[in-house]
Ligand binder design. Structure first.
Ligand code: GTP
Length: 324
């Protein structure tokens, strides 16, 4: 099978960081969000096609410099085509069936088992679903016998939500769904296309364990915690000469001699945390500097952010080059 990964969104909820960097390149537990998504794919996947748009050139460059287990090809949109338009634009050479993945979710899921369930039910589509307390920000499925999806409501009002089982952004589709998407314009697959496909057999696949949408600052840090707790943190550990038991992921060139750490921290490439500084539950991107005796808690620091000596940053998202 091949996989199509949607990675063309603007990431507005993670601004200002996403003004400079697409959210899928934000490191979580030591590697970019995108690479955690690719880690979910079975090793026999033949090819991954990235449907890019916003900041396509940065994603292209990163993927070329950091090869994955799979051959990866990018197909860029010249204007945003939405999820359905992106599928249509980049999906021409997909396998039948194919995996369709959002690039901003973290999960524990056996996608090969999901593909087997898809084949066994002779489904047109099989969509991973996750149960949440508040389904309002998501696409919500109504489920019938054998978990057949009987209705799908995108971002419903509470009274209109048919269940608490939401689209987890991981699915398997027969290639014929691409014929249901009009070419050459922006299309929301969830709002415009899905409804018309349900009668042809779309099934839910309930995820029993963790899932998160890493698209907001709070969820991003929560997603990082889940990844660390599941042992899926990459990179270094607490850097040499620093205090703390972690988990901390220090990427190449990060240094923090004399600093101390709480839990769940990623230090991106070439980050410097100076002596006496303290960092807890945060993500510091490439080249960020936390000066002496400063404190960073529950925050996302974009590339080259500088936190001045003795300053405290808590619960903030700071864009590239900001000074705090
Ligand atoms: P927000 O602006 O913060 O909502 O983030 P987003 O732009 O990523 O939107 P959302 O989280 O709803 O997108 C879900 C998935 O679809 C993500 O993997 C996006 O990258 C992807 N996506 C959204 N819009 C497009 C698009 O126009 N083209 C492509 N190729 N992918 C898209």
């Amino acid at each position: 099978m091949k996989a199509l990964v949607l990675i063309g969104g603007f990431g507005t909820r993670l601004r200002p960081v996403t003004y400079a960097v697409p959210k899928q390149l934000i490191p979580l537990a030591g590697q970019p969000m995108l690479y955690h998504v690719l880690d979910l794919l079975p090793s026999d996947v033949e090819e991954v096609v990235l449907a890019t748009g916003y900041k396509a050139e940065l994603i292209d460059a990163y993927v070329r410099a950091h090869p994955t287990r799979f051959p990866v090809r990018t197909v860029a949109e010249t204007e945003p085509l939405g999820t359905g338009g992106g599928m249509k634009n980049a999906g021409g050479a997909m396998s039948d069936p194919f995996y369709l993945l959002n690039s901003d979710v973290i999960a524990q899921v056996d996608l090969a088992a999901m593909a087997r369930a898809h084949a066994a039910k002779r489904a047109l589509g099989t969509m991973a679903l996750f149960e949440v307390d508040d389904p309002r920000p998501y696409g919500v499925a109504a489920l019938g016998p054998e978990d057949r999806i009987t209705a799908f409501v995108e971002k419903p009002e509470p009274k209109d939500a048919p269940s608490r089982w939401i689209n987890a952004g991981l699915s398997v589709w027969d290639r014929s769904v691409l014929d249901a998407i009009p070419p050459g314009r922006a299309v929301s697959f969830e709002r415009e296309t899905m409804g018309g496909l349900l009668a042809r057999g779309v099934f839910g696949y309930r995820l029993p364990s963790f899932w998160d949408d890493a698209g907001t600052p709070e969820r991003l840090l929560h997603a990082q915690q889940l990844l660390f707790d599941a042992g899926r943190g990459g990179a270094g550990g607490v850097p040499p000469g620093a205090l703390g038991s972690g988990p901390v992921a220090a990427m190449p060139g990060a240094s923090a001699r004399g600093a101390s750490f709480g839990r769940y921290v990623t230090l991106g490439p070439n980050v410097i945390v100076e002596p006496g500084a303290h960092v807890d539950n945060s993500i510091l991107m490439d080249g960020a500097v936390v000066e002496r005796e400063a404190t960073v808690v529950g925050s996302l620091l974009g590339p080259k952010v500088r936190v001045g000596a003795g300053h405290r940053v808590q619960g903030q998202v700071l864009g590239e080059g900001a000074v705090a």
